[in-house]
Design a protein around this ligand. Structure first.
Ligand code: PGA
Length: 256
């Protein structure tokens, strides 16, 4: 019922020319894929070119890694939602843990950005997740609920359906230490339950929740086969077009 969404978060990797040659190899691998929604999230500098190259390819969408909440103004170094929309960007990652820890983004910032994104018809991928200390202290649910309530304040259930949530336990990002399928499923089920309270049961059933944190071709199937996991936000493994397409293919196989 929920179409899986697999996204490549390239972070600060890939020059413009590297992005274009990545696409050459990647398109061959995923040409016939239509069971999974694919999102490429390059650095800002590659968005325009990739937008052109993907313009007649329906099953691959473009995403941005961040944006400023204002439409325009004196914000040196920032990019507005409408600037992204003009480049055929459909998704924007908000509140990634690297933005939260390295650039001081709070749930309130994420919330402002999420509203601005929706106004520009960009779909936010809102990232949440606990640190290892929070997990060890038994505070996973409390942390996730606080992040969801803060980041999603002011959205009704219709609006919530346009969002994607990415559950990314901070201790699993870029560490090679993946959450077990059971740990991930438990967190996803809790997130869905919380979304039902914030919106409605029906909308919570339709919202896609991605898992992120050391997703690789060899663990994709066991994670993606969990009932509340609807895709992945992939960092390191998405930099290799073959590894990333193997993750997509493993997910696609599960939908047959
Ligand atoms: P990773 O990154 O796959 O390299 O762990 C995931 C992310 O940060 O979105």
């Amino acid at each position: 019922m929920r179409k899986p969404i697999i996204a490549a978060n390239w972070k600060m990797h890939m020059t413009l020319s590297e992005s274009a040659s990545y696409l050459d190899s990647f398109l061959v691998e995923v040409a016939d894929e239509n069971r999974v929604e694919i999102v490429l999230i390059p650095p800002f500098t590659a968005l325009s070119k990739l937008g052109d190259l993907l313009s007649d390819i329906q099953n691959i969408k473009l995403g941005a890694q961040n944006m400023h909440p204002k439409t325009s103004g004196a914000f040196t170094g920032e990019i507005s939602p409408f600037m992204l929309r003009e480049l055929y960007v459909r998704y924007v990652v908000l509140g990634h843990s690297e933005r939260r820890t390295l650039f001081g983004e709070s749930d309130e910032t994420v919330n402002q950005k999420a509203h601005a994104a929706m106004e520009a018809t960009l779909r936010p991928i809102v990232c949440i997740g606990e640190t290892l200390e929070q997990r060890d202290a038994g505070a996973v649910e409390e942390v996730l609920e606080t992040q969801l309530r803060g980041s999603l304040a002011g959205f009704d259930s219709d609006a919530l359906e346009n969002l994607v949530i990415a559950y990314e336990p901070v201790w699993a990002i870029g560490t090679g230490r993946t959450a077990t399928p059971d740990q991930a499923q438990e967190a996803h089920a809790f997130i869905r339950k919380t979304l039902a309270v914030l919106g409605s049961e029906a909308s919570a059933e339709r919202i896609r929740i991605q898992y992120g944190g050391s997703v690789k071709p060899d663990n994709a199937e066991s994670l993606m086969s969990q009932p509340d996991i609807d895709g992945a936000l992939v960092g390191g493994a998405s930099l290799d077009p073959h590894a990333f397409s193997d993750i997509i293919k493993a997910t696609s196989k599960l939908t047959q």
